[in-house]
Design a protein around this ligand. Structure first.
Ligand code: PMP
Length: 334
């Protein structure tokens, strides 16, 4: 099995992936009653260090979303400590994708959110690249509309809500595109299936507001800062019409899983020159330096995993109490 050598955090302790189990009637599996995060840690070979990217921002969002589903998580500092300890125990010396999930763990039938036991786990998977978008993506505007805040709030990263993204992405793939741009219920551009969208037109970068039913992305915040303070663009948050996409100089996507990706075409219409544009290329280069701890100009929380530790701990074979994670320090280098 591909993941069996991993150490994961589940039921309050560290354990091998193969021993972490949930029952068939787990509420979150039956009804999608969970929420999740996608985080990354970036390896810097020169520093011999693994940097967890923006853990506090991710865990603050995670906490707010869990509360929406009537779940309480440990304090953010404790979650930060668990994630760095998890990386350390796996001894990663490469890029890592982290998936924290809070979920209704009770084995129970009946749709509701109240009165159910809950739990959370974190799985860290090395080498995952959710999209390889080096040469740019060919996108379509999806025939599926984005979920709305009053149905399944997109800002909440609810596990069940991702069927909406899966519909859009699958339609795009089966029709020969790489990605789907999804419109909000009122027809304005919302975001891509699993990344936020930025449109560059006449030297201005425009981003759809989160009230257009997209996720309040953490990469988007980093990108805004780099675009404004690093690349000198004006940045505006405003609604975007579908046909503005076709007229854009550049369109780019940003997200933890995706990184920074340029869009070459939308609905078979070339965007700008039809290749990844200069803003996207420059942004990607700066972002790459920021997340690997090589560029401290732009405020980002980049937490070293191994700083202070003697050496990576070997993978364990038995469940270890959560308290050991709490002893780990989280030095947040800014
Ligand atoms: N939108 C959606 C729907 C997503 O799933 C993601 C990935 N989490 C994003 C945007 C980008 O968010 P972030 O930068 O916080 O990863």
């Amino acid at each position: 099995m591909e993941y069996e050598d991993l150490v994961v955090y589940h039921r309050g302790g560290f354990q091998p992936y193969s021993q972490a189990r949930i029952g068939l009637l787990t509420h979150a599996l039956l009804y999608g009653t969970g929420c999740f995060e996608g985080m990354r840690a970036f390896w810097n070979a020169e520093h011999g260090e693994l940097y967890v990217c923006e853990p506090s921002a991710h865990f603050r969002r995670f906490t707010a979303n869990a509360r929406l589903l009537l779940m309480e998580l440990p304090p953010v500092a404790e979650l930060n400590a668990i994630v760095t300890e998890l990386c350390r125990r796996n001894g990663f010396r490469e890029d890592v994708y982290l998936r924290p999930v809070a979920y209704k763990s009770e084995e129970a039938l009946g749709v509701r959110l109240d009165g159910l036991a809950d739990d959370f786990f974190i799985v860290a998977v090395p080498r995952v690249r959710l999209n390889d978008a080096g040469d740019g993506l060919n996108a379509c505007v999806s025939s599926w509309r984005r979920l709305s805040d009053n149905a399944i709030p997109p800002r909440a990263k609810i596990t069940g809500g991702y069927v909406n993204a899966a519909f859009a992405k699958t339609e795009a793939r089966l029709n020969g595109f790489d990605e789907a741009i999804v419109l909000a219920g009122d027809g304005h551009v919302s975001e891509c299936s699993t990344a936020n969208l930025v449109m560059v037109r006449d030297g201005v970068a425009a981003l759809p507001p989160a009230t257009d039913d997209n996720l309040e992305g953490i990469t988007r915040l980093q990108v805004r800062t780099i675009l404004a303070d690093g690349l000198g663009l004006q940045v505006r948050e405003r609604q975007i019409d579908r046909t503005e996409l076709y007229a854009a100089d550049e369109l780019l996507l940003c997200g933890t899983g995706m990184g920074i990706a340029g869009i070459r075409s939308v609905d078979h219409r070339p965007i700008g020159s039809g290749a990844v544009g200069p803003v996207c290329r420059a942004l990607r280069a700066v972002y790459e330096d920021v997340v690997r701890g090589r560029d401290a100009r732009f405020a980002s929380e980049i937490v070293p995993v191994y700083a202070g530790a003697v050496r990576p701990m070997p993978t364990i074979n038995a469940t270890v109490p959560a308290t050991s994670a709490m002893e780990a320090s989280t030095s947040a280098g800014r």
